[in-house]
Design a protein around this ligand. Structure first.
Ligand code: HAM
Length: 414
């Protein structure tokens, strides 16, 4: 569970704020659900046989012997909250949330036991328009963050009915080749045969490639939905690749499933994953409400932004106040407040705990400030202040304290 340090959080914050702007421009509203939910919620939604539920949850008994789990993902909690607060009655909803998730996985680069997701969920939309919009939205996120090494892969799992038929066909096929299955796949065969398609075992690759395809078992409704979606993606110029082996690791999906993957991050290639879950709300005791969503893995996204070379874009102007002497220190604190009043976007840092001019300038330099303001006995006596542009190593000017705010405005272009 990594600690995020101030130096890396700068980029995190600028990526967060870019994403929030985009989400809000597509009418998504924020929702915040608890980090803890009843274990049963995840068992019923994600599925007991999935790796996430069977091996990766942080679960414990509370003081009344109720089993609770740290959330491994956000969708289950959002659906629970929506049902509990009556948010799904005769209305459509679009929610986003951001925050930490917990999975007891084997940690490696790009895979952590505490990681963060940006999660989007839309409820009450039946047609493929919302599927397309979600992919257009995520594609805009990549574009605005300067990422181009990313590819959309998608598949349709069909309605639960067609899935059931496909499942039976798949079991039959793999049973005919039972000697070629590895240990993991043997376990999955009866419980979750579609997950065999997900196997990374090269020795089974041929067997899996020749397995019956979900696409050939789709009912007409799912087929039409998927074809319509593909047309919409084409007309928006969103490149995509059909991947018959894409089944996703969570059980609640129906019809469309998709992932955005990259070849820049090594083994942890999936930056975003999601799909439709048209049965989930009902299955949890709510109304029959259509649902679709996806989640972006924040650590992977930030890494990709870093690799694409587009760093912190919202750098705030920074001002450092150098003050030598008691009176100068008191004055600098007063001026700092005036600057904060006028320039809300500025970072204003005061030198604390004294030091010579030379020492304080060194600190101003280290703080990567744009402007240094200088106050000593002489400036206090004359009601002036020194001002110096740091980055271009500009000349120090002395100006009247009354002109300070205007002069800052000029220098930071405010
Ligand atoms: P997921 O595919 O399990 O889907 O996770 C989504 C993304 O979270 C992954 O593509 C990956 O980028 C990131 N992620 C997952 N596990 C880790 C980890 N251990 N370390 C770092 N990053 C990780 C879901 O969670 C679904 N709830 C998405 C969704 C929303 N489907 C419908 N609505």
């Amino acid at each position: 569970m990594p600690t995020l340090l101030p130096a890396e959080l700068k980029l995190w914050q600028s990526v967060e704020s870019e994403i929030k702007k985009i989400l809000s421009s597509y009418a998504y509203q924020e929702i915040r659900t608890p980090l803890l939910e009843r274990t049963e919620l995840f068992q019923r939604t994600i599925g007991e046989q999935t790796d996430v539920v069977s091996k990766e949850m942080y679960s414990f008994l509370d003081r009344k012997d109720q089993s609770l789990s740290l959330r491994p993902e956000a969708t289950a909690g959002v659906v629970r909250a929506g049902i509990e607060h009556g948010l799904f009655y005769n209305q459509t909803q679009k929610f986003w949330s951001m925050g930490p998730m917990y999975r007891y996985e084997r940690p490696q680069k790009g895979r952590y036991r505490q990681f963060h997701q940006v999660n989007m969920e839309a409820f009450g939309f039946e047609g493929p328009g919302i599927d397309a919009e979600l992919m257009i939205l995520t594609s805009r996120i990549w574009k605005n963050l300067g990422i181009d090494a990313i590819q959309l892969e998608l598949n349709s799992l069909g309605t639960s009915e067609s899935r059931k038929n496909y499942r039976a066909t798949l079991i039959e096929y793999f049973k005919d080749h039972i000697d070629s299955l590895d240990e993991d796949s043997l376990l999955r065969l009866e419980k979750n045969p579609m997950r065999i398609l997900d196997s990374k075992n090269q020795e089974m690759s041929e067997l899996i490639d020749s397995a019956p395809k979900m696409n050939d078992h789709l009912d007409q409704e799912s087929k039409d939905h998927f074809d319509d979606l593909l047309e919409r993606l084409d007309s928006h110029g969103i490149n995509h690749k059909l991947n018959h082996r894409l089944v996703r690791g969570l059980d609640y999906y129906t019809k469309t499933v998709f992932e955005w993957t990259t070849d820049k991050l090594g083994a942890q290639a999936t930056v975003c994953g999601g799909g439709r879950y048209d049965d989930l709300v009902k299955q949890l005791g709510g109304k029959d409400v259509f649902g679709i969503g996806c989640a972006i893995g924040f650590e992977r996204l930030v890494e990709l932004v870093e690799l694409s070379g587009k760093k912190d874009q919202n750098g705030q102007p920074k001002i450092y106040l150098v003050a030598v002497g008691d009176q100068a220190e008191a004055k600098s604190s007063e001026l700092a407040e005036l600057i904060r009043d006028r320039f809300e976007d500025c970072v204003v840092e005061l030198n604390q705990d004294g030091g010579s001019f030379k020492q304080q300038f060194k600190r101003a330099d280290r703080s990567e400030s744009d402007i240094a303001l200088i106050l000593g006995d002489e400036e206090i006596e004359n009601e002036t202040i020194g001002i110096k542009t740091m980055r271009e190593d500009g000349e120090q000017e002395t100006i009247s304290q009354h002109k300070l705010l205007d002069s800052i405005a000029e220098k930071i272009g405010a």
